[in-house]
Design a protein around this ligand. Structure first.
Ligand code: ARG
Length: 471
């Protein structure tokens, strides 16, 4: 290996150079510190490329055999952690190719025929992201299953529903949790769309213009599990919208996780006391002995910052770039790796919290009745039974609420005579409707919060999410 030859010239591209790079040039140029994560996919890409070259008669069979055996050995070294990364080599592609040449000599130097690092890195990155997406999709589904399981358990558990964070109407905890399942299902759809769109193969685009060698791009695309080769070689090496789409899908999904995290943080605070977390998902304070802090939820909320930021990073890197490849694009990987890591951790932590969370049932029921939460039920009754126009019913109900507030009563314990003083048409039937359970049961419209509806929705989700169920 001549990379570290006395001249310091690069072994792969140093032919026209008389001297090696300045140390700072090497530092700014190097991506080996982070793109080593692509090693499995780089080896897979090289196997497919070499095999195709041999099938096309561009590489001899003995050279192919040597290359494949060399790649196997390098894969084993990388897997075992014994591969030595030479910081003088720019990136994972050069590190592996250089190691191959050290191991097998001449044949290793033939591998890069009809290939450029531009199509190589685009291929490796798509392969890496495809695997990352598959892992994330599995975790995503596990979180949805955890939420749907808790929703089924709490299909009839009342809690306050909020608008403006003011008590609005009673809902069930199951209904609230299923709202997140719906959001997460759309996130999963965005991830699946991204996977489908990224799954085309840039390999064979070479530097940007294609190649004069009689390569078979269909063969490499199919060997690597891509649906087809990319149609335009310039696009193949320039496109990073697959990474942007992933980052955008992640930013939206992280925003959803952050909203749930925020609710958990509020709900376990002393003024709310809606839920508690066990020791497994909380931490203590080093100064205040009584504290139990929901750090995991706070970190899920906090990681949303970097995930959203990573989308902005890559959008900004790409926005002024003329076609085709420019080295700026080496900045594409860290945001994607960071987002995949943060998202993966957030999904796992959130699933753990969802399973761990213990609702405080008496407190939820009490809070569900706070703030005259069944006032809309009263107004609706005035419309249905007394045929009042809704605006008038709204006004009458407002006066009744004010009276109840003055007497420090809830609507369902306000004496009938008090209501009749405000509207004489009101009769005893109304009182049975103003309790929380009656209010919940009445909201049986499609998608509504009635426990029967929520139980149906939870069951439907559980059937879709249970591993052996057909989707
Ligand atoms: N490390 C580079 C990257 O990640 C690989 C491609 C380099 N191509 C080049 N023409 N210098 O973008």
């Amino acid at each position: 290996m001549s990379t570290n030859s006395t001249s310091g010239r690069n072994a792969q591209w140093g032919g026209r150079f008389a001297a090696g790079p300045a140390a700072i040039m090497r530092d700014i140029n190097s991506s080996l510190g982070f793109d080593r994560r692509l090693w499995r996919h780089d080896i897979a890409g090289s196997r497919a490329h070499a095999t195709m070259l041999a099938d096309a008669g561009i590489l001899s069979q003995p050279d192919l055999d040597a290359i494949l055996a060399g790649l196997d050995a390098i894969e084993a070294e990388l897997g075992a952690g014994t591969f030595i990364f030479d910081p003088a080599l720019e990136d994972i592609h050069m590190a592996i190719e250089s190691r191959l040449t050290t191991r097998i000599g001449e044949a290793g130097r033939r591998l890069h025929t009809a290939r450029s690092r531009n199509d190589q890195v685009a291929t490796d990155f798509r392969l890496w992201l495809r695997d990352a997406i598959d892992g994330l999709a599995t975790q995503h589904r596990a979180l949805m299953l955890a939420l749907a399981t808790r929703a089924a358990e709490h299909a009839a558990t009342p809690m306050p529903g909020f608008t403006h964070l003011q008590t609005a109407q009673p809902v069930t905890l199951g209904h609230h949790l299923l709202a997140y399942v719906e959001m997460l299902a759309r996130d999963a759809g965005r991830l699946a769309d991204c996977r489908a769109r990224l799954n085309e193969c840039p390999l064979g685009a070479a530097a940007l213009a294609g190649t004069g060698f009689p390569i078979d791009r269909e063969a490499t695309a199919s060997a690597l599990g891509f649906s087809h080769p990319m149609a335009n070689s310039i696009d193949a090496v320039s496109a990073r919208d697959f990474a942007l789409e992933f980052l955008a899908a992640a930013a939206i999904a992280a925003t959803h996780l952050s909203r749930l995290a925020e609710e958990f943080i509020l709900w376990c605070s002393a003024p709310f006391r809606f839920i508690t977390f066990s020791d497994a998902f909380t931490t203590g304070s080093s100064i205040m002995p009584q504290k139990r802090n929901p750090d995991a939820a706070e970190l899920v909320r906090g990681k949303t910052g970097r995930i959203a930021g990573n989308l902005m990073s890559l959008l900004t890197v790409m926005k002024g770039l003329p076609l085709a490849y420019a080295k700026d694009m080496q900045e594409d990987k860290e945001p994607v790796f960071d987002t995949a890591d943060a998202w993966c951790l957030s999904l796992a932590a959130m699933a753990g919290m969802v399973r761990d969370m213990q609702p405080n049932l008496p407190r939820l029921r009490e809070a569900a009745g706070d703030g005259f939460a069944t006032a809309t039920d009263l107004a609706d009754w005035l419309v249905r039974t007394l045929n009042l126009p809704f605006r008038e019913a709204h006004h009458v109900t407002g006066r009744i609420v004010a009276r109840a507030e003055a007497l420090n009563r809830t609507l369902d314990t306000l004496p009938l005579t008090e209501m009749q003083a405000i509207h004489p048409g009101i009769d005893a039937r109304v009182q049975s409707l103003l309790g929380i359970d009656a209010s919940l049961a009445s909201r049986a419209s499609l998608g509504g919060t009635a426990p029967t509806r929520v139980a149906e929705q939870a069951a439907a989700w559980l059937a879709r999410l249970t591993p052996d169920a057909t989707p």
